[in-house]
Design a protein around this ligand. Structure first.
Ligand code: NAD
Length: 281
């Protein structure tokens, strides 16, 4: 059965990131009063439409910030110390020490774009590594704990050795990681994207790597995560990225810990109970 048809009788729908709460869903789900995203991010909701129909939309902010913060640091260390590549080599009976000499995090400058739940979790974890942490958040001020400096984007571009995106996907953030953006950095950067794929499009990432402005990239999210439906251009771009030793991929698992699954589901249940209590049902 198609997901939309499952919703035909439903008053409340809990959905994952593969389903959109849009006009097509609402055309079928005529009784809908509440939609819940089991995860973080409202980019799968047509919010103006849901609001116009009086349908409450919720997600679970912060519920998976801990694993994203942990995986960001894990991917960074893996890249800076060549861990995944060295592991692949040893499995092929190749023992290369000099070629896999690492770069230390100690003393480097990390730029964090977006200082909400996941950006601040990443900073907290990095605070023990002796690196300098700059954070840029367009919509906040006075947010930084003592181990973080609030910075402008220009300051991050001129000082960062490492850049990590922690912003939602919006019209402003889509396509941010372009060739021109990476070229605007004073130093070559290690890049992390655990936010949303379209924030760093495949073309921008490839260009940054080819131009040498991106040293290496840890990528948890892709412009198109349905790998079976890539366009010809996307497939060619993905093949080039896969062939590169400088890209570390994970399949959008940054927020997927065993603990966050429980946390997300508990928060969904609490929000549904609250909604039912308030609506007297
Ligand atoms: P959040 O809402 O707590 O924080 C996002 C921050 O980005 C906010 O502080 C906001 O002010 C800032 N921001 C928004 N637009 C900006 C802009 N144009 N410039 C600078 N800052 C901007 O969200 P979060 O929990 O930190 O998650 C961030 C995003 O990461 C989510 O929207 C989601 O898309 C993604 N995410 C991915 C995973 C994963 O599994 N990889 C898990 C959780 C979240």
């Amino acid at each position: 059965m198609r997901p939309a048809n499952l919703c035909a009788e439903a008053d409340i729908v809990v959905m994952n990131s593969k389903i959109k709460a849009d006009a097509a869903l609402l055309a079928v789900a005529k009784h809908l009063k509440m939609v819940c995203r089991a995860g973080v991010g409202m980019d799968h909701f047509d919010l103006p439409l849901l609001e116009a129909r009086g349908i409450l939309a919720v997600n679970t902010p912060g519920a998976n910030a801990v694993p994203v913060g942990e995986q960001a640091v894990g991917m960074l260390l893996c890249m800076m110390h060549n861990i995944a590549r060295a592991d692949r080599q040893v499995r092929q009976f190749v023992w290369q020490r000099e070629e896999n000499r690492g770069v230390e995090l100690l003393g480097k400058t990390v730029g964090i774009i977006g200082f909400g739940h996941t950006g601040s979790a990443c900073a907290r974890n990095l605070s023990g590594f002796g690196c300098r942490i700059l954070a840029y958040d367009k919509y906040k001020s006075g947010y930084a704990p003592g181990y973080v400096e609030e910075a402008s984007l220009a300051q991050i571009q001129s000082e960062a050795d490492i850049l990590t995106f922690h912003v939602p996907l919006t019209a402003e953030t889509e396509g941010w990681g372009s060739r021109a953006f990476f070229a605007s950095f004073a130093k070559p950067i290690y890049l992390l994207n655990l936010s949303r794929g379209p924030v760093v499009p495949l073309a921008g990432l490839l260009a940054g790597l080819e131009d040498g402005h991106v040293v290496a990239a840890g990528i948890d999210v892709l412009e198109n995560e349905h790998l079976a439906t890539l366009s010809t251009v996307q497939r060619t771009q993905m093949e080039a990225l896969i062939a590169s030793e400088r890209v570390l991929f994970t399949p959008h698992i940054g927020g997927w810990s065993r603990e966050s699954l429980t946390r997300i589901n508990s928060r969904i249940v609490e929000q549904i109970a609250d909604f039912l209590a308030k609506s007297g049902e």
